[in-house]
Design a protein around this ligand. Structure first.
Ligand code: ATP
Ligand code: MG
Length: 391
């Protein structure tokens, strides 16, 4: 009998012939997430993955926490593994129930059995009923509630028996690295880290680009974005952050273009620079934290004009979300507290009192042409000043 961790995953089952590629990635990402905690074996068997520690002193709590941040995992379950020997398995189930009732004062439970080994003489229902009965006999006052039990004893009878109760929700999604790479425009706000996380959840690796306008934005604002990228990196197996000096471009736009078009033109420059960085690093798309109607630059008209500045598709996973929905996710993934620290974003300096909400491409291009003989040079200088941080 040994303490191990059972990993449940689901969406990968739909992958047909490719399934093993996703499973291999998932196991590799798990190994990466757990590195430094102690010697383990990670094995896959019959639609489950198991983490088997090799030392008695293995830090289970740390490992469980780290595994809940690995995309592709639906649930993390600390469990006891033992040979499929019915009497000892039943005894273990009763033990687990006793412990939980003593510790938490639970009054209701159920038993749920999965039986992969069909040669086993009882079916799942019979096993659940029999073990449920044994638990009832052992713990006076406890009742069965199949709809809303206070705890569930899970039994999985496979090549070995697995007994557990705790089912910790995982991050779900698909394993990082199974879906290519995208480049995230990361500001210091609430939305863009959430947008990066949502794309990351689908198995996409993230590189991030941040524009800063020193001395109009402070060193502290940059530190804040580095911190956000660090938090994101704990979910996505690392993030490479490209920090782009943007002051010269902003000053040039400010000088040459009408005030109400500043934001949209600045946005287009950000996109063009991000696209250069994206193409360089093999990204197949750009990601922003925009949501329809949130601010003037996020109307359908503005986003259309923004997207005409680049060839790569622009993904906006927050596009249909309300601010509160974005905030809920930000809290869950740990970026919210950092995002709400006071800071200046380069978007908020030089803003017009009334930025255009319905820009046209025609006018935008006309105003931009004031800068055109200079555009390549400006972009080139910004790119030459990029600082790359691996987080
Ligand atoms: P966020 O909360 O992500 O900052 P927001 O609601 O404040 O979004 P804007 O400031 O208009 O909206 O920015 C829209 C999007 O443009 C951001 O989600 C981000 O993807 C990108 N962006 C804005 N400022 C920067 C910046 N300084 N560096 C990189 N990307 C930026
Ligand atoms: Mg912002």
């Amino acid at each position: 009998m040994e303490n191990i961790i059972l990993i449940r995953y689901e969406e990968i089952f739909l992958k047909g012939n490719n399934r093993w590629v996703f499973e291999k990635k998932l196991m590799d990402n798990m190994r990466h997430a757990l590195s430094g905690l102690g010697t383990i074996k990670i094995v896959k068997s019959q639609s489950r993955i198991y983490v088997v520690p090799k030392e008695d002193t293995y830090p289970f709590e740390d490992a469980l926490l780290r595994l809940t941040k690995v995309f592709g995992i639906n649930a993390v379950c600390p469990c006891v593994r033992m040979p499929v020997e019915y009497e000892s398995v039943a005894g273990q189930a009763v033990e687990i129930a006793k412990e939980l009732v003593e510790k938490n004062g639970y009054g209701t439970f159920k038993v749920e059995t999965k039986r992969a080994d069909k040669s086993f003489p009882m079916n799942s229902m019979q096993v659940s009923a029999d073990i449920g009965h044994r638990i009832l006999v052992a713990i006076p006052g406890l009742k069965v509630d199949v709809n809303k039990p206070q705890f569930t004893v899970h039994l999985e009878l496979r090549d070995m028996a697995h007994v557990y109760s705790e089912v910790i929700p995982g991050a779900k999604g698909l394993p990082t690295g199974s879906g290519g790479k995208a480049t995230l425009l990361l500001s210091g706000g609430i939305d863009s880290p959430v947008a990066g996380w949502m794309i990351g959840k689908r198995g996409v690796e993230i590189e991030a680009v941040h524009f800063y306008s020193y001395p109009y934005t402070s060193e502290r604002a940059k530190e804040k974005v580095i911190e956000l990228a660090k938090i994101l990196s704990t979910w996505t197996r690392g993030v490479k952050l490209h920090v782009v000096p943007f002051t010269e471009i902003q000053l040039a736009i400010n000088e040459k273009c009408p005030a109400d078009y500043l934001t949209i033109i600045m946005r287009r420059y950000m996109m063009r620079i991000a696209e250069r960085i994206a193409k360089e690093n093999g990204s197949l798309g750009l990601v922003t934290g925009e949501a329809i109607g949130q601010v003037a630059s996020q109307t359908l008209e503005s986003m259309l004009v923004t997207d005409r500045s680049v060839e790569l598709p622009v993904y906006r996973p927050c596009v249909g979300m309300d601010k509160n929905e974005v905030i809920d996710i930000a809290r869950r993934i740990g970026t919210f507290e950092t995002s709400i620290l006071p800071y200046e974003d380069c978007c908020t300096i030089f803003v017009a009192r009334h930025p255009v909400t319905k820009p046209t491409l025609e006018k935008t291009l006309k105003f931009e042409s004031e800068l055109e003989n200079n555009a390549e040079e400006l972009i080139g200088r910004a790119l030459a000043g990029v600082e790359v941080l691996t987080l």
